[in-house]
Design a protein around this ligand. Structure first.
Ligand code: NAP
Length: 524
């Protein structure tokens, strides 16, 4: 990368286009220097969506699922060939360590590869069978089947700052397999990596024209330009989600919207858990607090422990956090970098201060940590911050506040019923993990915590060293949570295709339905 800030362009309507002026400066959160600028001002987003609908959509729909799966595999191959430069960008623009960068970059590539593999056996089909024939009348010859047909609009993907690679590709993989062209809008502050990846994919010409567009800069009038054929998949804060859902054009045209919003995820140590389960719990909470400096939508924010073990949990977590070396992630010894911007640092300090009104700060806090060779006035560091509520029965901020940084709060509980009730106060989350040994307890946790979550990770000693982690989103599993988390549904293998398809009941003669069934790929 040269020293002069790069000007990020957008790939819209078949060409790279530059917005007017500067809307956002993309900054290195370690040293404060400007790496790039982004602006979408003056760009014609209506024409961009039209191009994707009229050029990209028909080209993709002319292909079978298996052919589209091949395209997705080719996108992954382009990214693999260029991986080395992506890591440097993630370190510079997002303050990632190499491990953090791998979660984002390899998570994106891995999800593309997964959908390439998953799509291949769908073969020559171009639509999906959702349900087998059902009889409707006396005559056996007249029945109905439920099919899923790819939508004719654009998959408009609005992404959060914390996963410029994974967020882009986990959404694009599913939409492209469905045959729906993508217009991706990464969050401005970390769009450097998304921009470079899309540049490489466009230059490699592995996708039909119009299948992939990129908007770098603010959303402008994007929401005014979408129509009822399009699908918006949004990831970000609940405030922005609310703005999208209430937008007059979205309401008037009944635009399909999927929301992946914020979440105060829980880890719960079961009553009477063995020492091995306890150790797995401590390891996972410590890891979740510090990986990506806590900037994962799935990260553990609330740490529930039996009251009689709260001191042991506190001591073990403090001992673990002490080993986390903070600093410039370019230094190999560093285990945790900064958060992505000074605005995010200020937001994290605000959230910690809110929770700390009802909790004791045991490590970290609301001031920038002192780090050798790093200017606190230019950088965006937040120390790993562990808190413990003073009174679990009355504390409320811990359940309402998502500190989007390396922070978690211990909440001691006195009984199983109280534990489940306290977890539920999060108002709907992406994931909860439960650590213990008793399968009867895990089963009760499914019925008590299941309705509040999109995913439950049940950790017992036999899987302590092999599970994929509380915060890692696996493409095989459903991603999305109820309530505050946005009620979204992404991934989950082939189920993720539903978002980009219209379910249609086809009523007709049994011969025709049998023929249609044979042409479709059965989801079940
Ligand atoms: P954000 O401020 O809500 O921004 C998210 C995206 O929305 C950005 O691309 C942003 O663009 C765009 N945006 C802002 N205003 C908009 C508008 N009026 N119309 C259309 N788009 C608009 O969220 P963030 O700070 O980037 O992300 C952090 C949040 O995301 C956290 O709360 C985290 O929990 C959540 N998150 C959730 C998941 C999940 O899967 N559930 C995953 C990751 C993150 P600009 O950047 O250009 O403003």
């Amino acid at each position: 990368m040269s020293d002069a800030p790069q000007v990020l362009e957008s790939y819209l309507a078949g060409a790279w286009r530059r917005g007017e002026g500067v809307e956002t400066e993309l900054v290195d959160p370690v040293h404060g220097n400007v790496l790039a600028t982004a602006s979408a001002k003056g760009l014609d987003l209506g024409a961009a969506l039209d191009h994707a609908r009229k050029v990209g959509g028909p080209s993709l729909r002319a292909l079978s699922f298996a052919e589209r799966a091949k395209l997705i595999g080719a996108v992954a191959d382009v990214l693999i060939a260029n991986r080395a430069k992506y890591e440097a960008m993630a370190i510079a623009n997002s303050g990632n360590t190499k491990i953090d960068a791998a979660i984002d970059i390899d998570g994106g590539i891995g999800t593309l590869k997964y959908y390439a593999r998953l799509g291949a056996p769908l073969g020559a089909a171009t639509f999906l069978l959702d349900e087998k024939p059902v009889r409707l009348a006396k005559a056996e010859n007249f029945q109905a089947i439920h099919l899923l047909a790819p939508r004719h609009g654009v998959a408009v993907h609005i992404n959060a700052f914390n996963f410029p690679s994974w967020g882009l590709w986990e959404k694009a993989a599913v939409a492209l397999l469905a045959g729906v062209p993508v217009l991706a809008k990464p969050a401005s502050s970390t769009a450097l990596l998304s921009n470079e990846m899309v540049r490489d994919v466009i230059a490699a010409k592995v996708l039909p024209e119009g299948a992939l567009s990129l908007l770098c800069g603010s959303a402008g009038d994007l929401l005014d330009q979408v129509n009822g054929d399009d699908v918006i998949a949004f990831t970000g804060s609940s405030e922005t989600a609310g703005r999208i859902l209430k937008h007059p054009n979205i309401l008037a045209r009944g635009v399909r919207v999927n929301i992946e919003a914020d979440s105060v995820n829980a880890a719960l140590l079961a009553p009477g858990a063995s020492d091995a389960a306890f150790d797995a719990f401590i390891k996972e909470v410590g890891r979740e607090m510090t990986v990506k400096a806590g900037q994962k939508c799935t990260a553990i924010r609330r740490v529930f422990t039996p009251a009689d073990r709260a001191d042991a949990v506190t001591d073990a977590l403090l001992a673990r956090l002490k080993k986390t070396t903070l600093g410039d992630p370019r230094n190999e010894a560093v285990r945790m970098g900064p958060v992505v911007t000074r605005a995010q640092q200020a937001a994290a300090f605000d959230g910690i201060a809110r929770i700390a009104k009802e909790a004791q700060i045991l490590a970290g806090g609301v001031t920038a940590p002192v780090i050798d060779g790093i200017d606190p006035a230019k950088s965006a560091f937040v120390a790993p911050t562990l808190m413990r509520v003073k009174d679990a029965a009355t504390a409320s901020a811990v359940h309402d506040t998502e500190v989007f940084g390396p922070s978690a709060t211990i909440v001691p509980y006195k009984s199983e019923a109280e534990a489940f009730a306290l977890v539920a106060r999060g108002g709907g989350s992406l994931v909860a993990s439960v650590y213990g040994d008793d399968h009867a307890f895990f089963a009760r946790a499914v019925t008590e915590l299941g309705p509040q979550h999109g995913r439950l990770l049940m950790v017992e000693p036999s899987i302590a060293d092999v599970h994929t982690g509380h915060g890692i989103v696996m493409p095989q599993c459903h991603h999305g949570g109820p309530g505050r988390a946005g009620n979204g549904e992404e991934l989950g293998g082939l189920q993720g295709l539903r978002l980009y398809h219209q379910r249609v009941a086809v009523q007709g003669a049994m011969d025709l339905l049998t023929e249609l069934q044979a042409r479709a790929f059965a989801l079940h």
